[in-house]
Design a protein around this ligand. Structure first.
Ligand SMILES: [Zn+2]
Length: 433
C-alpha cells in the first residue's frame, strides 16, 4: 500500500467508501459460469468511468458515471470476473470501437476466416453467423471465402454501417429472437463465431443455450478472447474495464462449455489484444478429433496455480507497483516541463489513465485515428481526443502509446508525422523508445 502514488491511494479510499452502498445494485453475488457464491475481490482498481463512453468535448463539465472496477475469483469453476456489472444498455448502444480501423485487425480476420473455411468439412453454401459483428469486418472475410455471412450486433451505429456496406446484420443482442430470425430465414449455422464478446456478456448461459439451438450438430463454434494467463503474466491490467466482465482461462471455459453440451477441440494462441486464445468448440459427439493443444493448456494452467489464489494476489500487488511506476514517471516528466501527449484512445486507455490518475494537467491531448472518437474526451480524464495531424502544429516531447498492442504500427506513423518525439510504452513494462 505504501508504494502507491498518493493520488491512486486517495482514489482507492474514495472507491471503498462510496461503492458499498451506492453500487450494490450492480454487485454480483453468483458466478456467471457455475452459479456458485463468489469470494472476496482480490484486486481493486478504484472507481472508473465506462471505458467506451467517450464524452463529447462540449460535455466537459458534465459529471461522468463511475463504478467500482474489481476482480473476484470463483472458487468452484475458477472464473475471474468483475464484482460489479453495469447494465449493457448503458455500455453498448452506441459503440465507437470499429474493428476495421487498423490493418492489424484486417489481416487478423482475413486469416481467421481462411482457417475456419479449411476446418469446415462442408465446402459449399456454408452459413457463418458472427455474434457481436461490429462493423462487419469478419463478415466481409467470410464472404470472400464463399460463405453466407450474417452478423448480430447490438450497437445501432455499427450495424447500420455494416448493412450499408452490404453485410447483413441484425441489430439486437444475441437472444432467442435473433436465433429464431436466423433459423427462419437462413437455416442452422455451420459456423458461429464470437470474438471479444464472450468476455463481455453477463448471461453467458443463455448465449450457450442459443448457440446450441443455432449451430448444426456438425458445426463449429469458435470464440476468441484475451487470455487470462497472458493478462496475469504480462501485468496487462488495462484489459480490465466494465465491458469486460469475464477474464477467461481454459479451466473455467471448459467447465461452463461442458454444462451446456459443448467440447473444446482445438486451441490456438494469437497475439491480438496482447495475447488471445482462439478456441474451437463442437457439440458433444461432434465430428472433430480433439487436438493435443486442449490438454496442454489445461495442464499448464493447473501447474501454474490458476485454481488457487496466490497467483491472483501476486498479480494485484504487481499491478499496484506498475501503476505507481507509470504515475511517478509521468509526474517526473511534467515537473521538468516536458509536453506529453497520448497515442490511441482504446478502452484500455480509460483504465490506465484513471488508475494512474493521469489527466488533462499532465497529458495535453490523445490522438486516435478513429474519426468517431475525435472531438471527444478520454473518459474520466477530460483529455481531448484529436486526429493524428494535430502533432504537426503541436510540439510534443513525449507520447504515451496507450494502444501499445499496435506499437509498431503507431511508431511508424509517428515517425512520418514528426521527428524527435520520444515514445513511452506503458505495458507490459514501462519503456521509453
Ligand atoms: Zn464459477
Amino acid at each position: 500500500m505504501e508504494k502507491l502514488q498518493p493520488s491512486i491511494h486517495r482514489q482507492k479510499l474514495r472507491s471503498q467508501a462510496r461503492s458499498e452502498i451506492e453500487f450494490s445494485k450492480f454487485q454480483k453475488t453468483k458466478c456467471r459460469y457455475c452459479d456458485n457464491g463468489l469470494e472476496e475481490a482480490f484486486l481493486d482498481l478504484g472507481l472508473s468511468p465506462l471505458a467506451n463512453s467517450y464524452p463529447q468535448v462540449f460535455d466537459i463539465e458534465k459529471e461522468e458515471f463511475l463504478c467500482p472496477l474489481r476482480l473476484v475469483k470463483c472458487p468452484i469453476c475458477h472464473l475471474i470476473q468483475l464484482t460489479h456489472v453495469v447494465p449493457p444498455q448503458m455500455m453498448f448502444s452506441n459503440y465507437l470501437y470499429v474493428s476495421s480501423t487498423t490493418q492489424t485487425f484486417r489481416d487478423h480476420f482475413s486469416e481467421y476466416a481462411k482457417s475456419l473455411k479449411l476446418k469446415l468439412k462442408k465446402k459449399r453454401n456454408a452459413l457463418a453467423v458472427d455474434i457481436g459483428s461490429n462493423d462487419g469486418l469478419l463478415l466481409s472475410c467470410y464472404q470472400r471465402e464463399g460463405m453466407k455471412a450474417i452478423g448480430v450486433e447490438p450497437a445501432e451505429n455499427l450495424s447500420k454501417l455494416a448493412n450499408e456496406s452490404g453485410l447483413t446484420t441484425i441489430n439486437r443482442f444475441f437472444d432467442v429472437e435473433a436465433v429464431k430470425e436466423i433459423i427462419g430465414k437462413y437455416g442452422r449455422a455451420d459456423i458461429v463465431s464470437a470474438n471479444n464478446v464472450f468476455a463481455h456478456i453477463d448471461d453467458i448461459q443463455s448465449v450457450l443455450r442459443n448457440v446450441n439451438q443455432l449451430l448444426e450438430d456438425s458445426g463449429i463454434f469458435v470464440i476468441e478472447f484475451p487470455y487470462l494467463v497472458t493478462m496475469i503474466e504480462d501485468l496487462l491490467f488495462d484489459m480490465i474495464y466494465h465491458e469486460h466482465l469475464s477474464y477467461i482461462s481454459v479451466l473455467s471455459l471448459s467447465y461452463v462449455l461442458d454444462r451446456f453440451g459443448f467440447r473444446i477441440f482445438e486451441i490456438d494462441y494469437h497475439p491480438a489484444h496482447g495475447g488471445s486464445l482462439r478456441v474451437f468448440i463442437q457439440k458433444i459427439g461432434g465430428p472433430y478429433a480433439v487436438d493435443i493443444s486442449v490438454e496442454k493448456y489445461l495442464e499448464a494452467e493447473a501447474l501454474k496455480g490458476y485454481r488457487g489464489r496466490t497467483v491472483y494476489e501476486q498479480f494485484a500487488s504487481n499491478v499496484e507497483r506498475i501503476g505507481a511506476e507509470i504515475a511517478n514517471y509521468v509526474s517526473e516528466l511534467k515537473s521538468k516541463e516536458y509536453s506529453i501527449a497520448g497515442y490511441g484512445a482504446p478502452a484500455k486507455a480509460t483504465t490506465l489513465t484513471n488508475f494512474c490518475s493521469l489527466n488533462r494537467e499532465q497529458i495535453d491531448f490523445v490522438v486516435d485515428d478513429n474519426p468517431l472518437k475525435q472531438n471527444r474526451l478520454v473518459p474520466g480524464t477530460k483529455i481531448p481526443i484529436v486526429p493524428s495531424t494535430y502533432f504537426i502544429d503541436h510540439p510534443t516531447d513525449y507520447v504515451i502509446i496507450f494502444a501499445w498492442n499496435f506499437e509498431q504500427e503507431i511508431l511508424q506513423k509517428l515517425k512520418k508525422l514528426k521527428s524527435g518525439i520520444r515514445s513511452i510504452i506503458p505495458l507490459p513494462e514501462l519503456r521509453v523508445v
